[in-house]
Design a protein around this ligand. Structure first.
Ligand SMILES: C[S@@+](CC[C@H](N)C(=O)[O-])C[C@H]1O[C@@H](n2cnc3c(N)ncnc32)[C@H](O)[C@@H]1O
Length: 394
């Protein structure tokens, strides 16, 4: 493990190597310190103003996300829904065109994978398995310094974090030393990687990147930063409010508009900690009532909220009539709502609008995260989706 001083030096070197495409200039007003939240974190050394760029990071590795649920696309450009997909006959990676096949990116990916002996013919290799493992596979191209930087990042080393490598090994003989690096990359990615946002409506597979400086930011549900990506996957982290010297610079690892139970469950399952921030500790979530449910009593117009939000087995209580509801009943309703959402076709604007205005609103408060999420999706869709486009000047 590197000392904080050694890590700081590597991080500064990493940032210094970057040519910023957007001509962004910023002063480094932070340092790496032991954090009260967990492990190390970034702490402001000077006051930072709202809107100020804190740093611009670039990924050690990037590529498709590993989740089995996301739609797989071209391993070079990420395009999905394409009629011309084919599988590379040497490495089984999915490609959309000869142009993508002839890129330097594919040449490097293919050279890494095709060195391995395949246990079955390429025709019988499931390309989605190779695509899911591609981002960690790209760590084999890192130079010595970048490998050290990657290995100095926190990494949760549970078997679920490298399942894509176990699947890959069903098809390829991966040498032991390479497998070790791949597993380490998977664990570092699952602990630190950021999903790279794509333009709304673009039919692209979902990518993630291992950003070593951004990865040092701890989580808070009331973040003091936001981030965005440019076309070269550079990640700009900006202050969203004034950050006083001595304050930790944090990001939010979950959806900002998720309710407390959803945020805490996601953080526990994926990042292995239970958040105890002021937002999580407040039953009303600072008055937003994002997690609230309607009172189970049909006559009561009140909302149900957790009595002790930091205790995951807490009962919930109605703010109006005081009715207490055990957690198992709350979980049953949340589960049913989740399943209902799973049946929706988010591309179908009409269905979403009907579901929002005629159905879901009868069962949950207007403040609930599901209603807020559907409203946001509709706001995005209007003006962008065929049949719902705005015409003329606005
Ligand atoms: C991306 S890393 C953040 C940097 C990390 N602290 C380090 O030392 O490298 C994410 C991990 O940091 C820890 N962490 C981040 N935010 C936390 C918080 N608010 N409370 C407790 N642990 C947190 C968790 O172990 C989490 O999986």
């Amino acid at each position: 493990m590197l000392s904080l001083e050694q890590l700081s030096q590597m991080v500064k070197k990493h940032l210094g190597l970057c040519n910023y495409d957007d001509d962004i200039h910023y002063l480094c007003k932070w340092t790496i310190k032991e954090s009260q939240l967990g492990g190390r974190g970034l702490v402001a050394t000077e006051d930072i103003s709202a809107g100020e760029v804190i740093f611009v990071d670039h990924p050690l590795i990037y590529g498709p996300r590993a989740s089995a649920r996301i739609e797989r696309g071209c391993s070079v450009c990420g395009k999905i829904s394409c009629d011309t997909f084919f599988k590379c006959f040497k490495c089984a990676l999915p490609l959309c065109s000869e142009n993508c096949q002839n890129t330097d990116i594919h040449y490097k990916d293919c050279s890494l994978i095709s060195r391995w002996h395949n246990k079955t013919s390429i025709d019988h290799i499931d390309e989605s398995i190779v695509s899911r493992a591609l981002t960690p596979i790209r760590s084999l191209l890192l130079n010595e310094d970048d490998r050290i930087l990657m290995s100095s990042l926190q990494a949760h080393n549970f078997p679920q974090h490298s399942v894509e490598i176990q699947h890959l090994k069903e098809f390829f003989d991966v040498p032991d030393d390479e497998e070790q690096l791949l597993v380490m990359a998977c664990c570092a990615l699952d602990t630190n990687a950021f999903q790279i946002a794509t333009a709304y409506g673009s039919k692209q597979t979902s990518w993630r990147g291992l950003y070593p400086v951004s990865g040092l930011m701890n989580h808070c549900c009331i973040s003091n930063t936001r981030h965005n990506f440019n076309a070269d996957h550079q990640m700009t982290v900006t202050a969203v409010k004034p950050i006083r010297a001595g304050t930790e610079i944090v990001s939010c690892y979950t959806g900002l508009l998720w309710g407390t139970p959803a945020r805490r469950t996601h953080l526990y399952k994926t990042k292995h900690f239970l958040c105890k921030c002021v937002r999580c500790a407040d039953p009303t979530e600072r008055g937003t009532l994002l997690g609230a449910l309607k009172c189970f009593s049909t006559e009561c117009p009140g909302y149900l909220l957790p009595i002790e939000p930091l205790n995951s087995s807490t009962a919930w209580r109605c703010l109006e009539c005081g009715m207490r509801v055990p957690i198992k009943n709350i979980c049953a309703v949340q589960g049913a709502l989740g399943s209902l959402m799973g049946t929706l076709d988010f591309e179908n604007v009409e269905q979403l609008e009907y579901f929002l205005t005629q159905r879901i609103i009868k069962f949950i408060p207007k403040t609930n995260q599901i209603v807020v999420d559907l409203q946001c999706r509709l706001i995005w869709a209007f003006g962008e989706v065929e049949g719902y486009r705005w015409h003329g000047e606005y």
